[in-house]
Design a protein around this ligand. Structure first.
Ligand code: SAM
Length: 320
């Protein structure tokens, strides 16, 4: 097993099906731009092959399918059942929910147990301003369809000071009522936000999120798994919520994530633009692929940072 000096190894793989997205969220996509698919996307078969090799070479145990927006990719319908059939501890995906209702039978039939849906507000007009694509009612129907199918849903919300800070309590109540865990993601210095004053203006720290929640609820901090990104809280008798506090409580020291982009690059760290092309390697026989892949993984592990610095490129391509 490949382990670094902090005891970190790759355990969780995030696979981006496409860099394209039907949203253009203000904190993810610069004004006037849309996220487009890469020219040379891997096919569903190539992605499955890459996953199989990475399970062997890195000991990957969990897969999260992401994007761009994974549900708009034509590969989703074939990739999902194929990875569900692999001997993994967990397969899930993260989506903006716009296509969830339409795809629910494929998702249910594949046996998916849990998903993450990104939702920043319950106000339809604000939704349009932040997401710049899709509509709120469709997402809410998608969430209901997933819950009705017995799928566990976590909701991801990025609180933004000038955008949706007043939605912290309504979003929490909406999630608690439906038995869903809400996870607040502290705004990260990614993409166009890295060198932008908008980051400092919009960043809402963990403590302010907790202060807002404390106005209505009593809560206590609970244990989270070793390599969890989220700090978890329990509201007794109601449920749980979490905060992915990248700035306030960084989790780089226990990060086990590896990322595969839709065009065949491995990324060892979200805070590092270094990437490693593996598409051509997949064409070689297995006895060639595995040792070469292990070499690449060793380098990718050294790409991991001790603390998150921010990065210009990757979030919108490889899905956070
Ligand atoms: N389209 C899918 C979705 O909406 O979940 C997957 C890709 S999206 C990039 C993954 C997550 O990253 C979303 O929850 C999104 O809100 C979050 N995200 C994007 N840019 C971010 C940033 N600068 N800081 C924090 N979270 C961000």
């Amino acid at each position: 097993m490949i382990v670094d000096r902090f005891g970190r190894r790759f355990r969780n793989l995030r696979v981006s099906l496409t860099a394209a997205c039907n949203y253009a969220c203000t904190y993810c996509v610069p004004d006037g731009r849309r996220l487009m698919k890469a020219k040379d996307e891997l096919t569903a078969d190539e992605l499955v092959l890459a996953v199989r090799y990475l399970m062997q070479a890195a000991g990957i145990e969990k897969i999260r399918i992401t994007g761009g927006e994974p549900l708009i990719s034509s590969k989703f319908d074939t990739f999902l059942p194929h990875v569900m059939a692999l001997p993994l501890k967990d397969v899930s995906f993260t989506t903006n929910g716009q296509m969830l209702e339409r795809k629910i039978s494929i998702i249910r039939d594949a046996g998916v147990q849990r998903i993450n849906v990104s939702l920043d507000t319950l106000d339809a007009e604000r939704f349009r301003q932040i997401a710049r694509g899709g509509d709120l009612a469709t997402v809410l129907r998608g969430i209901d369809a997933a819950l009705d199918s017995g799928i566990r849903v976590k909701i991801n919300m990025v609180p933004i000071k000038t955008g949706n800070a007043d939605q912290v309590l309504p979003m929490l109540e909406y999630c608690l009522e439906r038995g869903m865990e809400l996870r607040f993601i502290e705004l990260m210095r990614m993409g166009h936000l890295v060198h932008s004053a908008a980051y400092d203006r919009d960043f809402l720290p963990m403590q302010e999120i907790l202060d807002a929640i404390a106005l209505e609820y009593q809560f206590t901090r609970t244990d989270a798994p070793y390599d969890s990104t989220s700090v978890r809280y329990e509201i007794p008798g109601r449920g749980f919520f979490g905060i992915i506090a990248n700035e306030s409580e960084p989790f780089c020291a226990s990060c086990t994530r590896l990322r595969l982009s839709s065009d065949g690059y491995l990324y060892g760290c979200l805070s590092n633009a270094n990437r490693h092309y593996i598409r051509d390697l997949l064409l070689e026989p297995a006895h060639v692929v595995l040792p070469r892949l292990q070499g690449i993984l060793m380098t990718a592990l050294t790409d991991k940072q001790e603390a998150f610095q921010g990065e210009v490129t990757v979030m919108k391509l490889i899905g956070g």
